[in-house]
Design a protein around this ligand. Structure first.
Ligand SMILES: C[S@@+](CC[C@H](N)C(=O)[O-])C[C@H]1O[C@@H](n2cnc3c(N)ncnc32)[C@H](O)[C@@H]1O
Length: 346
């Protein structure tokens, strides 16, 4: 029996669409290899070069480099003239040091593939191994902080900072900003560049992050104003109260002890200060997850489940402020996918 033409057509359309999506995944995999093996940066330094020259500049095996260069050419990252490769604009944007770099996209895509594989393995038993899954692949953790920086520093500087009053107030009066779960410290570096009078204290449970945050602050000449320490958010303590206590994509990691955390936030804040919590905004209804900007949240939440966490609705964060006697305001950015919840004393 033959299918009706409309079903046949729509099946063909779906098959075509799936093939294109598969090519999208392949293209990101090719970029991922070029990023973590330093091939895009090496070719930028050469301006153009043969496989042998690229192999020598990057320190990578020439036979692998040849196969990679063919794939990178196929997907438009490289052009070729007389056996000499050079970067296209797309390839150039894969360089982590490009001012408008997009390298975070292939890295995020690879992270999502790793989490998908782990979720598929664990689905039967329900086991949730925790945050150590990030360290299971040698090419994720070293890129994680820079990936978050490239993904979120732009929206922070262009949209969030100008929209949230406490940042301009603290810029005028100076003061102390604490960043709990600071990762590579990009948020404090960004604020310190913008607000010349502030002092920043970054706190993270993972010593490799703190080491990286210190190095990056040093490279930017900010160590006289920024300091970073290893420590658990759930036992944070500091002698003087802060003007801003920020937590970016860190609250959902410690949500199981939210009462402890919100008391710490309240007890370390100046009377005219603000706690500024930035989290991916889990929507109220499943229908909203179909929106293009929110689809990635659903996949992230599957990965968070593997790590023992879950994403939060902004209202849950607001309720946690109210539970410790603080007022709160919810601000949404990124077409509703990013929530900044500001807590103050009433
Ligand atoms: C998703 S990352 C966000 C990093 C950074 N805030 C940013 O926006 O790039 C979460 C961070 O929280 C840190 N973290 C998670 N649980 C923590 C805890 N209990 N104490 C201290 N840091 C913690 C992790 O090491 C990681 O750097």
């Amino acid at each position: 029996m033959t299918e009706s033409p409309s079903i046949e057509n729509s099946t063909k359309d779906i098959a075509r669409q799936l093939r294109m999506q598969s090519q999208g995944a392949m293209s990101l995999n090719v970029a991922f290899i070029g990023i973590v093996s330093n091939l895009f940066e090496a070719l930028h330094l050469l301006a153009e070069g043969t496989v042998e020259a690229l192999s020598s500049e990057s320190g990578m095996d020439s036979l692998y480099v040849r196969r990679w260069a063919e794939a990178a050419f196929a997907f438009g990252y490289l052009d070729i003239t007389d056996n000499r490769f050079k970067l296209t604009l797309l390839g150039d944007l894969m360089r982590p040091t490009h001012p408008e770099t997009q390298f975070n996209i292939p890295i995020g895509s690879f992270l999502s593939t790793h989490m998908a594989d782990r979720a598929a393995e664990l689905m039967l038993t329900g086991e949730r191994p925790g945050e150590k899954v990030l360290a299971e692949r040698k090419n994720i953790l070293p890129w994680f902080g820079a990936m978050l920086e490239a993904s979120f520093s732009g929206i922070f500087e262009k949209e969030i900072c100008p929209a949230i009053n406490i940042f301009s107030e603290v810029d005028r009066r100076g003061g102390t900003v604490v960043d709990l779960g600071c990762g590579n410290g990009w948020y404090l570096r960004s604020l310190a560049r913008r607000c010349q009078k502030i002092q920043g204290i970054g706190w993270d449970g993972f010593d490799e992050n703190v080491r990286r945050a210190k190095n990056l602050a040093q490279k930017e000449g900010l160590t006289n104003r920024l300091s970073f320490q290893v420590g658990d958010i759930k036992s944070f303590s500091h002698a003087g109260p802060a003007d801003i206590i920020a937590m970016n994509r860190a609250l959902h990691h410690v949500w199981d002890e939210k009462e402890v955390v919100f008391n710490i936030l309240k007890n370390h804040l100046k009377p005219n200060g603000a706690v500024v919590i930035w989290e991916p905004a889990w929507p109220k209804s499943i229908q909203e997850l179909r929106e293009v900007r929110r689809r990635p949240l659903a996949v992230q939440n599957l990965g968070e489940h593997v790590q023992g966490n879950h994403l939060l609705r902004p209202e849950e964060i607001a309720d946690a402020f109210h539970a410790v006697g603080m007022a709160s305001e919810v601000h949404l950015f990124g077409e509703g996918a990013e929530a900044v919840v500001v807590g103050t004393f009433p």
